[in-house]
Design a protein around this ligand. Sequence first.
Ligand SMILES: [Fe+2]
Length: 238
Amino acid sequence: MGFVDLHSHWLPGVDDGVRTEQEGLALLAALAQAGFSQVIATPHMRPGMFDNDAARLTAAYEAMQPAVRAAAGMPEVGLACEHFLTDVTLERILGGAGLPYPGGRAVLVELHAEIFPPRLEGTFFELSRRKIRPVLAHPERYSAVWDDAEILAPLVDAGGCLLLDVAALTGKYGRRARAAAEHLVDEGFYQAACSDAHRPDDVKDVRAGIAKLQARAGREEADFLLSEGPRAILAGTA
Ligand SMILES: [Fe+2]
């Protein structure tokens, strides 16, 4: 059983991820080489910055399928998106116009780097109540978490799953994000780990991050976060 990547930007030309189909295929191949047998594309949906909607992203994904099928060494693929959580994107998710993970049991959300939105716990609870588990992207990168990691506890209690970007463990996002990631790994806060890769070249940091995770948490826990954890999120059993 290979790893499952719940967060990467291999769909070309829709956000700050890869720019061409060739680059997208190269990113998928590199992730497969690093051990991922399933890789979900999660381009940004952030009104005003990345004006993607579900229809546009689905069309871009479908357009790339022939190239993925024709290439050698590809992982299994799927489509979701990284919803920047605002009233607009929340309304889309609740109204069925978001782009949840395949199967519709969970949805990837990211927050502003410095400000957690008001009523976040209530939002997570509402999503969980509707059987759409909120998956919080890279909690280790938010400054509110650097100040007090316990701010995440009520979100987890409200049904949220925390998704580690493994490259944070290498120091790629700075000292504080790395310290937060180490703390959250040590405390067992994460449900899964991902690449959040935007370029083929990012995969060297992903490989280094996986090695750090294995050294810190042990092989068994690292395997859980990269395999069973993300599979449980997709299956709705997390
Ligand atoms: Fe991302």
